[in-house]
Design a protein. Structure first.
Length: 231
């Protein structure tokens, strides 16, 4: 049976050995299936050297992206990340599975979201960032609305002095879910592009209020949302 610390659990649910075992088994199968698909992708990275050099030189880096686009980036970082990347995952039932899959992929899941367990998760993220100097964040959260950045990212940057690096994913052939964010999954053998913007340093953020910064970042990132035409 997997030890409880291997799978970050939802404290509001009654977990037992059978539940943990099923979750761990499902996460293993799901991650392998994700790998089968994502290994067919041909990745292209744009402007990735700057944030990597920044992290290697001792700076804290906070990678951020839209929920819509994290699938191809998730697998890429599971294979190429430096230390374990801390990432916040909701305390929902779906989040229990997502957290287990993320742990299988080498991430460090932190449970919570803007609507549930957010403050405790934010503090845990900050503690983790101070240790590893690297985290990832889905800026519009697990439930949206799409294109609206939650305030937590500015608070994390302020507390850690992190450089914020917006990240966007694009693919030439993609499936889109009929979900709130039109979640994208590139098709097999797609060309996937991961584009990293120039880092935004906290000293620049500190000159304005957190809400002003949140709006500025939202205006900066929103044009990179993909609006597919669905039948």
């Amino acid at each position: 049976m997997p030890s409880p610390d291997r799978i970050p659990v939802n404290p509001d649910m009654r977990w037992n050995a059978s539940t943990l075992t099923r979750t761990d088994a499902f996460a293993t199968i799901a991650y392998r299936m994700i790998g089968v698909l994502c290994r067919t992708y041909r990745y292209r990275l744009i402007q990735s050297e700057q944030w990597i050099d920044l992290h290697r030189s001792g700076h804290t880096v906070l990678l951020c992206m839209w929920h819509q686009q994290f699938f191809p980036a998730f697998y890429y970082f599971s294979k190429h990340q430096p230390p374990a990347i801390s990432i916040m995952i909701s305390q929902s039932a779906d989040g229990d599975i997502a957290s287990a899959i993320a742990a299988k992929a080498g991430f460090a899941p932190v449970r919570g979201s803007s609507s549930r367990g957010g403050m405790a998760a934010l503090k845990t993220m900050i503690r983790s960032m101070r240790k590893t100097r690297l985290a990832g964040h889905i800026v519009d959260g697990p439930q949206g609305p799409a294109g609206i950045i939650k305030p937590g990212i500015a608070a994390m940057a302020r507390a850690t002095g992190a450089a914020i690096v917006p990240l966007y994913a694009w693919a030439d052939r993609t499936w889109y879910a009929r979900s709130w964010d039109r979640f994208m999954v590139p098709k097999p053998f797609s060309r996937v592009t991961l584009t990293f913007e120039a880092p935004i340093f906290w000293k620049d953020v500190d000159r304005q209020g957190l809400e002003d910064f949140r709006r500025d970042l939202e205006d900066r990132m929103r044009p990179h949302l993909i609006e597919p035409k669905l039948p």
